[in-house]
Write a protein that binds this ligand. Sequence first.
Ligand SMILES: O=c1[nH]cc([C@@H]2O[C@H](COP(=O)(O)OP(=O)(O)OP(=O)(O)O)[C@@H](O)[C@H]2O)c(=O)[nH]1
Length: 632
Amino acid sequence: MALNPVLGKLVSKRVVLASASPRRQEILTNVGLRFEVVPSWFKETLEKSSFAAPYEYAIETAKQKALEVANRMHVKHLRTPDVVIGADTIVTVDEQILEKPVDKQDAYRMLSRLSGKEHSVFTGVAIIHCSSKGNQLETEITDFYEETKVKFSDLSEELLWEYIHSGEPMDKAGGYGIQALGGMLVEYVHGDFLNVVGFPLNHFCKKLAELYYPPPKHTVQHIKHDSIPSVDTFENLSDGESESSNFTEHKGANKLDSSGMCPSRPVYNCENTSSVRTGFTVPLGNQNGVSESAAKLPSKILDLMDGFKASKALFVASKLKMFDYLKNKGPLKAVDVANEVGTSVCGTERLLDACVALGLLEKTSQGYSNTDSANIYLTSDGEYSLHGYIIHSNDHLWPLFTNLESAVREGSRQNHRAFGRKAEDLFKDYYHSQEVKQRFMAAMHSIAHLTARDLATAFDLSQFKSTCDLGGCTGALAHELIQIYPNMKVTVFDLPEVIANISYFQPSEQCAAPVTFVSGDFFKDNLPEADLYILSRVLHDWPDEKIHILLSKISAVCKPGSALLVAEIVLDEQKTHPPRAVLQSLSMTEGKQRSGSEYKQLLEKYGFTNTQFKITGTLLDAVLCFKKNLSP
Ligand SMILES: O=c1[nH]cc([C@@H]2O[C@H](COP(=O)(O)OP(=O)(O)OP(=O)(O)O)[C@@H](O)[C@H]2O)c(=O)[nH]1
């Protein structure tokens, strides 16, 4: 293994990544580095004009980020790390430094500036080796930077705004994420791709190699300056020599080669690109009988007009368990499915064809069969089955949405219209009718199981010895936590009616440490003791008075340094994205969805600080905050 030895040098050290960037965490995790994440509190406010070159600014910011964490850990937490890594990514164009956009207008300004041009992405990295002499923190700093050139195509206004509304630009230098949707804007990349994403892994490994394996003089000529030494090279080098702390400062080791901004040619415009959906043109006869390419079909609007039909087709096929039959017995002809399910042949054929059109099924001369996604997500026993949530959507949400107009007119829940009962009675029903109870739990379990891994790994939670998932229902997240953190004791706290029905949802293979289920009402009863509390998909459901009761109770039992992990969809600051959250709130009147700053404010009110966000872009985002230390 030629790759491991460099990073292997860090195995026995307490390594801290002083960054909240999920991309940096991912890049380093992917290569097997073990580290704690302690995001830096250093504000990126250094005076840019005081630096001769942009990379100097990025390096200095990276250094300050890492130093802040090293100092904080040493002084406040009395834990001196061995190595702290800090990084800062910036974009430069027209001699201007662009960081993360502060709002959508700012993102627009940045992206329109980058449109059609080549720009540079610099990531400054600081590697700080720490030691404690007496009470003093001693540091040895190594830093470097990497430059990558990126050229954007010409971006149309429509594309720019669509991209901005996706929410992707907001936490990214220069307002784009090359690793995701932003990749569509890029014509070419010259240099290290990962440097653009936020961490120049290759250069980092070379630096580690320089630090831990400084070449003895006689071998210098055998090691290419810009190569990561291979195993052979390592074996030829003496560890004893390299182990000494002869870390040198490599300040601004490379020079900015040129500004290299060349004017661009219009090459790529989404309006003309068939791979990007903007609608298509149809020839229309004009008044003179001459056909002209005129009206663009508004494909988005047409899709929305049909959306409810597609949803209902999915719901009905799920309710009739067609995906289950096809998984077990497919491919099947429509008549066979109809016989299995007990439905009409003509109706079944239409529904199956609709599912093919929607990409849920495949149709061949042998009959209909499930797509891979249908097997995984739509069958009731699929690995990540959404069946429970789909049935909940059909039986519960659909009737509520049917009464949306009345909800908007009256500003109130429509349970009485949809179900002939008030909301509270209905909620009680969930726990009185066995069928409704199972349906509701299956729905919650579907989403919890699907999102569990993302949530459990959104932050490094290994510091917490005990966790309590409040309203954790079937324990889907709890089981995942134990898989990932085998030393963690996890308790699920939920209503007695829920706990009584969890057995069906337990994994067949038990983890090393079983999840503990405790029944109680989190608004009334004492909460189990824990270092970390979790509220997943709870806060959005309740009115402010209830949230006040719940957060006051959690705050009261949390010791300083304990934490609360909230899993919700976090709205952007305009509160219009992502659409899933905004649409979900149409059926609520008591609870509400919140933006990042609203969550931060709410949590601070109950003594939780250092709020960190992980916007996953999937079903749930994660917010981690810590109970404030008592003032000395
Ligand atoms: O193509 C991409 N370009 C940039 C990014 C991400 O952008 C940010 C850059 O911001 P910064 O260096 O200040 O880092 P933060 O996220 O604020 O975290 P710190 O706690 O380290 O300050 C960075 O996250 C890149 O990953 C991208 O994702 N794609």
